[in-house]
Design a protein around this ligand. Structure first.
Ligand SMILES: Cc1cc2nc3c(=O)[nH]c(=O)nc-3n(C[C@H](O)[C@H](O)[C@H](O)COP(=O)(O)OP(=O)(O)OC[C@H]3O[C@@H](n4cnc5c(N)ncnc54)[C@H](O)[C@@H]3O)c2cc1C
Length: 308
């Protein structure tokens, strides 16, 4: 219930204005978003590199309504790729197609992505296309498959909570596409998605067992120790070595687990969001864990209270 409410509130422009304009809430969002500028993300990525982890930089933004905004977003991604190369940081980029104008037309959006993946390929880097709500799944997969036919510098994300995901995984594998497996962060109807946590987890493990032996380099993006343990066990049984896949986690979440996996010799990539449009991302993080919301509200009232 709380999760559904928070995901619904993530669409509220009034709440967005309120939360993003207050110093207190902006500072609290720093737990998940290191800063609004690319420089902050590059610094965070460098810190991850020092701790033995790679990174994926995500310039936050989604559902742009003008072509100019989509083109500006595209420019921010090519700029991020240039900075990563110039500064020798071990990082790639993650992006959302609605940030590149998917709502304005598939062809237009595909062209924006093409410009970014072409630059990534020239620089020997990689672009991960995030997966958004189910209204975008078909279009996202279509554009990613088109892009993958042109370059191996692109991959996408599969959400274990969707019933359709096994079929999507098989099609993407046939196209040679690298996949990041996640549980799924959006509010989806029971007609198309597993609701119970144990069903989502079971599907995550089922899909993980298809991905890891595929011979393609995939990512398991989860903070759930049970999913991670299941993957470690399965990889060991199948003689899949630690360099054949990576774990991914979000900036600021389960940093203890991130370090432990590095110490055990696993590859870990940290997803580092940056930019001014952090509100929907922040709300999804609150929705994932009620404790985050209570922490947030408690601090809000504490900071807002007048000094005695
Ligand atoms: C690198 C990365 C990329 C992602 N990309 C996408 C994407 O493209 N599309 C998409 O739909 N989803 C994406 N997600 C989000 C994902 O779908 C889940 O919503 C999110 O990862 C929480 O699920 P979990 O697997 O960590 O397991 P859960 O069962 O939700 O959590 C397991 C444990 O992790 C910790 N934890 C999880 N979330 C939080 C949090 N917000 N704050 C504090 N602790 C937390 C808690 O200790 C919790 O008990 C991504 C996640 C990661 C890590």
């Amino acid at each position: 219930m709380l999760r559904a409410l928070l995901l619904q509130l993530a669409k509220s422009s009034r709440l967005r204005r309120w939360i993003t304009s207050h110093g207190v809430t902006r500072r609290m969002a720093r737990r998940f978003v290191p800063g609004e500028e690319l420089t902050a993300a590059v610094e965070a990525a460098r810190a991850c590199n020092k701790s033995g982890m790679t990174a994926s930089l995500d310039h936050l933004g989604e559902n742009v309504v003008t072509r100019e905004d989509a083109e500006r977003a595209r420019g921010s991604y090519t700029e991020a790729l240039e900075r990563i190369a110039a500064e020798g940081v071990e990082a790639n980029v993650s992006l959302k197609l609605t940030h590149l104008g998917l709502d304005l037309g598939g062809e237009f959006c595909a062209e924006q992505l093409r410009i970014i993946t072409r630059r990534a390929a020239e620089l020997g880097n990689f672009v991960r296309v995030d997966m958004e709500g189910s209204a975008y799944t078909d279009r996202t997969l279509r554009i990613v498959k088109q892009a993958r036919a042109e370059t191996a510098a692109v991959g996408t994300v599969i959400q274990a909570y969707l019933f359709r995901s096994e079929e999507d995984v098989r099609e993407l594998l046939a196209a040679g596409c690298r996949i990041r497996l996640v549980k799924g962060a959006y509010k989806e109807p029971p007609r198309i998605a597993f609701r119970r946590r144990r069903d989502v987890d079971a599907n995550f493990i089922k899909l993980m067992k298809i991905l890891l032996p595929s011979g393609i380099y995939h990512a398991l993006a989860t903070h759930d120790p049970q999913m991670i343990e299941a993957a470690i066990r399965f990889a060991a049984e199948q003689n899949i070595t630690k360099d054949k896949f990576e774990f991914q986690m979000l900036y600021g979440i389960r940093t203890d687990l991130q370090s432990r996996l590095v110490r055990q010799g696993y590859r870990v990539r940290v997803y580092i969001p940056f930019g001014q449009d952090w509100f929907p991302y922040f709300m999804r993080r609150l929705a994932e864990r009620p404790a985050n919301l209570f922490f947030f509200v408690k601090n809000l009232f504490r900071k807002a209270a007048p000094l005695a």
